[in-house]
Write a protein that binds this ligand. Sequence first.
Ligand code: BES
Ligand code: MN
Ligand code: ZN
Length: 488
Amino acid sequence: MQIAFSSVAQADDVLVFPIEKDGIDRAQWGVAEIADLAPLAAKASTFKGDAGSTLEVFVPGNGKVGRVVLLGVGSGSETDWRKAGGALTAKLLTQASSASVHLNALATAPSLDAVTAFAGAAVQRAWRYDVYRTKLPETSRPTLTRIAIVGAAAEAEAAYAAIHAVNGGLELTRTLVSEPPNKLYPESFVERVLNDVEGLGLEVTVLDEAQMRDLGMGALLGVSQGSVREGRLLVLKWNGGAADAPTLALVGKGVTFDTGGISIKPAAGMEDMKWDMGGAGAVAGAMKAIATRKAKANVVGVMGLVENMPDGNAQRPGDVVTSMSGQTIEVINTDAEGRLVLCDALTWVQKTHSPSTIVDLATLTGAMIISLGHEHGGLFANDDSLAESLLAAGKATDEKLWRFPLSDAYDKLIDSQIADMKNVGPRGGGSITAAQFLKRYINDGVAWAHLDIAGMVWSDKPGVNHDKGATGYGVRLLDRFVADRFEA
Ligand code: BES
Ligand code: MN
Ligand code: ZN
């Protein structure tokens, strides 16, 4: 779907009038027939202008009936305009081919950020993945191809270009997360991402299992050894900042399918574990976004890609593996595999790129869903200022985070009898002990944050800017974080 900016009204299927909360009497309708009918229709219904609410009104004139949608924009905040953009698309996606949104109907003009958030969410909400459907009924096919925004400030179109870049990254992430696990495995993940980011100027490194073995990545390889699919480490580097500017590392868990391994998961719901690569998916999408908009920052994205399978060659509970850092790990539970993949990716990126800051993203623990449900991602950090920046970026993009504690008392819980650490702690505080595990791989002086996004990458119901399914969580958050902390 396309966004067009114009100064005058176009001949679109649907005319859309944004209405602030309780603002129906302040609206500037422009057309007499609409001015006569729309306020009465609103009063005859429950429409008050709440963000994301809609009221469709059919207005006669010129021997035809025009379709008018009143679209609630609530308080006029960026968040409320985002809700309105998503709601408009959700309403019209299969019901109209084009719509024009009349900003000049409002008594007070929306901010530039509000307009771009609106347009961004409208496009994001239109994304769906129908490639495996051969029998999609006519009535559920998307028809909406264009939303024209009439009367936006002159700078809106340029500001929207950055959102457009982010949407390209978001689409990549959602595609990767949606793909079934027989199609998306470590090698095909690499292939798809490289095809998608070709020509953007990203520096690419791909490590295969032999190379990872030479580097001593025994933790990642221990997970991968039960699968007939080979693991990979995919690295994308964007050098958009000054040569001496600090490097940000984004590190993602990319378990393309998590059966649990020998500590196998129950059958019910196991299909969800196709999206256990959502952290790596978000890193791929964020790297695409920042390269597309040519961010003035140095960022390296590292994706640890493996499939966790039970097999005659799979690792056993009780195995001890040696990570690239040299630290040894007793594998108590083969289903706590994400941290085993991430620890080697974290060591590798610190050895090869010396980042000042690391943010890792992972669908790491089911316990995170018990804690926060599907409203916030969990944030863990060894640096308060980094944590604040991430919390702020989360608020600004409505990809919210909630901070959890780290401490030596939690760290002790993963001490092992036989090795330097074990890969699981006791039942309580499972998300925190997972984070403590990762922290053991962070060098002194490196600012590090871990985002446990287990509850966020997939949604069983439609949300503001997504349908059911892959949300693309993390891409907009990371893009904003890069812009605010590394480009400002
Ligand atoms: N990928 C899962 C975490 C997960 C579970 C994400 C459900 C989303 C939904 C992870 O690899 C895992 O299995 N974690 C275990 C850890 C446990 C063995 C300590 C878990 O959460 O049960
Ligand atoms: Mn697991
Ligand atoms: Zn997992």
